[in-house]
Each structure stands twice: as C-alpha cells, then as structure tokens.
Design a protein around this ligand. Structure first.
Ligand SMILES: Nc1ncnc2c1ncn2[C@@H]1O[C@H](COP(=O)(O)OP(=O)(O)OP(=O)(O)O)[C@@H](O)[C@H]1O
Ligand SMILES: [Mg+2]
Length: 252
C-alpha cells in the first residue's frame, strides 16, 4: 500500500481478516474498507462478531490472519504504545460502556483528556462543559452518574467519546436498553457529532431505526462474512433471504 495518496486512503481497511476464538471461526477472510468521513453501521445477529470487529479496528484484539490498516498504516502487529497516538484521535463508546460511579459527570467526560496528559483543572472542566453542552447535559456536570437516567448516562458516554474532537467515533450498541424516544435522541446526537467533527463513524447496532438514522452505509455480518453492504434504502430493498429475515425479525 502506498503512502503517497493519503487523502484517498480509507480510514480503516480490513484485509482477509481471520479470527478464531476457541473452536469457533468468527471471521473467515473478511474484507472491509471504511472511508474517511463515512458513517458505517455494522449489523448482524447476536454473536456474529460485531464487537470483536470493533476490537480489531482498535487493535485491542489481534487476528489469526489478515491485516488491519488505519489511514494506510498496517497496525496488525502494533504495540499498545504504537497504537496510542492513533487511538487518541478516536472516540469510543463501548457496549455496556459504564461510567465511573465515583467520578462526577464532568470528570467522567474529561477522563480521556486527563489520560492523554492534560492536567489543567480549568481546561478539563471547560472541555467537559463544552462536550456536555452538545448532548444537552451541561447543567448536570457536577452530579454523580447514579443520579441520571439510563438515557442520560448514554449521553454522558457520548460526550466522553467526543470530548477530544475525534476524527473517528466508534460506538457499540449506543441505544441498547433505551426507549424509542431516548434512542432516537442518541442517534440524532451521533449523527450531529459525526457531521460537526466531519468524523468517520462506525456504529454497531441491531436497532433498525438507528441504522436508518445514522448510516451512510450498512454492513451486515453473517457466518464470518459480509452478506450485505449498501445504503439503508438498499438494505430494505434487498432480496437476500438472510437480510430479509433479519430485518423482519425472523429466525430460520
Ligand atoms: N475474548 C473472547 N474470547 C473468546 N471468545 C470470545 C471473546 N470475545 C468474543 N468471543 C466470542 O466471539 C463471538 C462474537 O462475539 P461478539 O461479542 O463480537 O458478538 P456480537 O455480534 O457483538 O453480539 P451482541 O450483538 O450480542 O453484542 C461470540 O461467540 C463470543 O462468545
Ligand atoms: Mg456486541
């Protein structure tokens, strides 16, 4: 891969990914490019490897075969230290991404910045306030997370993921456990953040209204492979039996 055309380089390139966990093959020579500024939603049934794929993109899990590139650099065998500068540019909202109960909302949100070495209290507080303002929670910055509803905690987690103005946002099931209105709010915020920071985004969800709201492109995983890649409109028109079953909530 050439370094001479960085602007055309995809943000993520997954090449021939093979992953085996225990006796199970999770990925079987999977290929996927995620372009700069693209908003990709990863769908698939529980256990298909959506969270594992995010871990590969972050270099948290090493594959059995194949390569992962970030902005043209092959990170497959990068050390934690080599990965750190790349991860600094990414905002991450993990599945069940818990907040620290013993830190205030503002301290939770500024945590990635203090991890990255920012130590000025005023600066941390101001950055947290700005990020919380974007999710409509600035007035709650001094409370503890246990005093917030589930939907509010998700918004705090989103503020934490975006506090460092990332060029890429990765979210794993950002609306799990939320009512449709709270879920719609989170989806709208994710879309706003992506647009505000011109970020690349990768969102894992099995929520179809999230997909419709967030995705430029939907990628559906099944049996270790991508069985669909296209726009939300195209997935609804797909004649692939597995895609149709998934969208209709049917099992075979
Ligand atoms: N660290 C690990 N060690 C062994 N097996 C694992 C590990 N992490 C995940 N798995 C297995 O890999 C498979 C895919 O897991 P993954 O969490 O990616 O599924 P998922 O698509 O995110 O599902 P869900 O929608 O329920 O979150 C599962 O069978 C899981 O048990
Ligand atoms: Mg998962």
């Amino acid at each position: 891969m050439s370094d001479s055309t960085p602007e055309t380089e995809p943000y993520f390139r997954v090449c021939g990914l093979e992953t085996r966990l225990g006796k199970r093959t999770i990925f079987d020579r999977l290929d996927l490019d995620i372009h700069n500024g693209e908003s990709v939603v990863i769908m698939g049934r529980s256990g298909e490897g959506k969270s594992v794929l995010l871990q590969h993109l972050l270099g948290l899990m090493k594959p059995n075969g194949g390569d992962i590139y970030i902005k043209g650099a092959n990170i497959t065998s990068y050390s934690e230290e080599e990965l750190r500068p790349l991860r600094k540019k990414m905002g991450i909202m993990f599945q069940d991404g818990a907040l620290f109960d013993f830190l205030t909302v503002a301290e939770n949100v500024s945590f990635p910045l203090s991890e990255a070495g920012v130590s000025d209290e005023e600066e941390l507080n101001e950055k947290a306030r700005q990020a919380l303002e974007m999710v409509g929670l600035a007035e709650h910055m001094n409370v503890l997370p246990m005093n917030l509803s589930g939907g509010m905690r998700k918004r705090v987690a989103l503020a934490r993921a975006t506090v460092g103005h990332p060029d890429c946002i990765l979210c794993d099931e950002p609306t799990a456990g939320l009512d449709p209105v709270a879920a719609g709010d989170i989806n709208e915020l994710i879309r706003e953040m992506v647009d505000a920071y011109r970020a690349t985004s990768v969102v894992v969800t099995h929520d179809i209204s999230s997909m419709n709201q967030i995705a430029d492109r939907v990628v559906m995983l099944m049996d270790g492979k991508i069985i669909f890649s296209g726009s939300p409109k195209e997935i609804h028109e797909s004649e692939n039996v597995d895609v149709r079953d998934f969208l209709a909530g049917r099992t075979r």
